[in-house]
Each structure stands twice: as C-alpha cells, then as structure tokens.
Design a protein around this ligand. Structure first.
Ligand SMILES: *Cc1c(COP(=O)(O)O)cnc(C)c1O
Length: 374
C-alpha cells in the first residue's frame, strides 16, 4: 500500500463513489440554500420537524442561561449535572425501563456499549444491514462477530445454535437506508429460546412510531422484552446525542465499563435541558399532531402501502445514475442526495426521501410531481 491518496480518490471518483461536503445555508422551515439555489430539504432525519422548532430553540437558550456553555469534565469526574439526570429519568420513564444513560452521540453510545457488554469468547449476531456504528462497535468489542442476512430468521436461529459465551443479538428497529422494520417479535422469541440478549437500535423509530412516539417495540407491545434499547437525540429529537435505556444493573455496568462515556466530556448541560423539552414535545399532544402530519405526508408519497417508517428509498441501482437523478432533483428545487456504496451495497444506489412534519402538504405534492419527471 502506498501513500498515493490521489490514486484512491481517482478510483472512487471514476466509480461514482467520491463524496464531498456541501455547505448549506439554512433558510426558514424546510428550505436550504446551496450554491445560490433554494432547495426543499427532503434529506434530513428530523422526522418531527423539531430541529427548527422555536420552542426547542428557546429551551436550548434557557439551558445556556441556566447552566452556561460546556460541562467541564467527564460524567464520572465532575460533568454529571442535574439536567443530565433529570433528562435520563424522564427518558427511562418514556422508554418504560428502570434507567437510562446519555452519550455524546448515537455512534458513541454504540461504541461504548457493545464492548462493555461482550468481549473475547462472546458472540454478537448482527443483522447485515445494521448501521456502521453497530458494526464498528461489534468489531471493537473483540467478541466473535457473525452477520446474518437481513431479517433472515432461519440463519439467525442456526447461528444461535452454535454461538458461545454471552450472546448479543444486535439489530435496528427501522433500517436507516431501506426504511423497513426488523422482525422484532420473531427475534425476541428466538433470543428467549436461546437465552441471548437483544440490543435494539431505535434511531429511526423513536418519535415516529408507537404510542407517544415511543418506538417500534412500544408499537408492538414488546418493550419489556428487550434488554438494551439504543437511540439517538440527533433525529426526531432535533438535537444531538445518543442514549441507552435498560435495567438499572445494565446502566450501572455501562457507567463502569463504557469507555466512550468514561473518557469523554459530558454533553453540554443545555443540550440535556433541551432534550427534556424535546421529549415532552414528542410524548405529548404536539408530538401526536406532528406524527399525524408526518403520516399524512408518507401516505401522500406512498398511497398504496401501509406506513412502516418515514424513510422512503427510491432504488436506482447504478451509482452514477443515482447521482444524475439527485442532480436533476436539485434543478427541480429539491435536496435529495444519492446514497451509495459503502453506505449501501454496490449496485443498489438510491435516493433516500424523508418527509418530515416540518414539510407542508404542498411541498410534498411538488416533490411527487418532480419524481414523476425523473
Ligand atoms: C444515525 C444513527 C446512529 C448514530 O446516531 P448519531 O447520534 O447520529 O451519532 C446510530 N444508529 C442508527 C441506526 C442511525 O441511523
């Protein structure tokens, strides 16, 4: 291997796989501005439209006024402040668990949690389409990593039969690039039969699905059968951060063993203060009406199918064709980037369309018209 990074770039570029940051100017509501063009953003994970909620911005400002800027130290040193524990108590009640703990991001939650729970001699069984944070965390743990084809229960069962040590099944509730759900009831039945544990990443389902937006497990009445609930404050919460909700014993274990928690400065207290405000919105009447609005948008875009999630992939296949479709949509006034390898498998490039409660019915209608022109 040489240090010829330019050659690596050229290989990627010619395959339609090179990525660049685009700097957006934010405009009101769901609009963004890029290279002088105003675009409607259908590419965020802000499912309830909370990232531009004035009430949430006000809560963040109030948090700054009350607690200042940073937290000053790790949670275990002097950075564990009352807004953190207030939010974590509320989050645990919301998730119907004994306890909860927040991290600086969902990625950090995964990286801290998996290696804290399993290691050499143990086994992680991971759905093939799981998020990069779960893949990296599984590798970091040192446990034997076995990947099962997406939602393939037969293969999962086979792997459970030969798995050794502590066995942890890891899956997403709603898959981030496909928008489909895991076979939760069946996976739970299997893990119960084999005495395994389940970590369920609800990044794309909390806020969107279930009573009070409590997620997929809550929608199916299965919350109490999951050992580890993972989630993020960066999507429906409209902020930034990640969390694990679980039994008190598990959370205390993470406080002692999760290195991304122990050796990283606590999130700013104003974020925890705002997260509590976001949680109250999500779980309350306003959350319900935002979810209602989101459901209407999803139905408008996909009239023939029952709603599974707010992630609506339009598979194009070829990477360059997906880039062209995305560029065409930009000309028509929409920001919908092409999702390519390595985020998804080669040859399965796609447009990932995410309506949010922040869009108007008219904006969704205009998107439908634009998609018909592709
Ligand atoms: C976004 C995401 C994460 C990471 O969350 P961040 O808070 O953005 O770091 C983890 N898992 C899944 C499934 C995600 O989509």
């Amino acid at each position: 291997m040489s240090w010829d990074l330019a050659a690596i770039r050229e290989t990627r570029r010619s395959a339609g796989l090179w990525r660049e940051l685009r700097t957006l100017e934010t405009a009101p509501g769901m609009m963004v501005e890029w290279e002088g063009r105003r675009l409607i953003n259908f590419a965020s994970n802000d499912y309830l439209g909370l990232k531009s909620s004035p009430a949430l911005a006000a809560a963040l400002k109030e948090g700054v006024d009350l607690y200042g800027a940073g937290s000053g130290a790790s949670r275990l040193v002097s950075g564990s402040l009352s807004p953190h524990s207030d939010f974590e108590s509320a989050l645990a009640s919301f998730k119907h668990t004994e306890s909860a703990i927040t991290f600086t991001s969902g990625f950090a939650a995964a990286l801290g949690t998996l290696p804290a729970l399993v290691g050499g001699g143990d086994t992680i069984l991971l759905d093939k389409l799981s998020h990069a944070s779960l893949v990296d965390a599984a590798r970091l743990s040192g446990a034997t990593l076995r990947v099962f084809p997406h939602n393939h229960l037969g293969k999962l069962e086979k792997l459970l039969e030969t798995a050794s040590g502590r066995v942890l099944i890891v899956t997403e509730a709603i898959f981030s690039m496909d928008g489909d759900a895991c076979a939760l009831a069946e996976i739970i039945a299997l893990k119960e039969r084999f005495g395994a544990w389940l970590l369920l990443d609800e990044a794309h389902s909390v806020g969107v699905l279930g009573p009070q937006g409590r997620g997929l497990a809550a929608a199916l009445g299965l919350e109490s059968q999951i050992e580890i609930h993972m989630g993020t404050l960066s999507k429906s919460f409209g902020l930034s951060g990640g969390y694990i909700a679980a039994s008190r014993l598990v959370v205390e274990h993470l406080i002692n063993h999760a290195r991304s928690l122990i050796y990283s400065t606590a999130p700013p207290p104003c974020l925890a203060h705002a997260a509590l405000a976001a949680l109250n919105i999500i779980a309350g009447e306003e959350g319900e009406s935002r979810r209602q609005c989101l459901r209407q948008h999803v139905q408008q875009l996909m009239p023939d199918k029952p709603m599974v999630s707010a992630i609506l992939p339009k598979i194009i296949g070829d990477e360059k064709a997906a880039l062209e479709a995305s560029a065409r949509l930009r000309e028509l006034g929409f920001l919908i980037p092409a999702i390519r390898y390595p985020t998804v498998a080669k040859g399965s490039a796609r447009l990932r369309i995410t309506p949010t409660a922040g869009h108007s019915a008219e904006q969704v209608q205009r998107l439908i018209a634009a998609l018909q022109q592709l």
